[in-house]
Design a protein around this ligand. Sequence first.
Ligand code: SF4
Length: 297
Amino acid sequence: MKYTGNIYRPPFEARSLLLQVTVGCSHNKCAFCTMYRDVPFSVEPLSQIEADLKEASRYAPQVTRVFLENGDPFVLSADKLCAIAERIYRYLPKVKTIAMYASILNIKTKTDAELLRLRKLGINELNIGVESGLDTALIRMNKGYSRDQAIYELKRLQAAGIDYGANIIFGAAGAEKLNENAQATASLLNETQPYLIFTGTIHADPGCPLYEDLRSGSFKENTVRQYLAEEEIVLSELTLKNCYYFGVHPSNIIPMQGYLPKDQQSLLRELQHRRETLSAAALDSIPSRGDEGKILL
Ligand code: SF4
């Protein structure tokens, strides 16, 4: 199998076959992201994809789920995605779902009919870095879309029957706007009903604009207390019908997960209980970070 540079996948895709169809990210401009900064975006030729699938059919013929790589494979045209899907089924006939990272900008370039066609070919459960429902945060993070555009495109996905998992960043609007960010993010999620929410807190490694802003103090990070307050507001405000809350990114202060709405109250109680175990000094500190923004409390 051919892979170029660092390969990223969500933790819940650990059992999926990772198939490279693009290299890098077509946007590659989010203020907090260094994942593909030094990797020029390119599209893998179908001949290489087919060679990889042939190889996979020898060592993983039973695979039922494929996760397309890299940063936003949904940028490919509907025709190219259909051609990839057809080859996946040719070599791996047990596959049921083809998932991938996608961005709001990728949805915008596809018609409703194309989305339906992709869904019929098993493309589903897209993982989308929505990050926030607040326009000022989306602008600051250089996501390239507004809240209204995100809601519009996510509803088009929903109408085509394509489920999406939302990546959400607590602290994306900075400490001064934690309440607004939490309210706006919860309401975006309520309007668009993701099947999964993957939460993290804002962090930046050297090499991206946000890193400099955090160092200079022009972007004010939440304290531990503020991160927990922001998460508590989001969790309290959510009115989701059927969603998995996956709050176990290493950058989360309190790892938590469960089904919404079934576990909503117990998750809130856990957050409140775990907060009570922290000292005032820890709560009022800015989290120290390790690898992948891991919180070191
Ligand atoms: S966060 Fe996602 S969309 Fe933004 S630059 Fe990184 S990989 Fe690309």
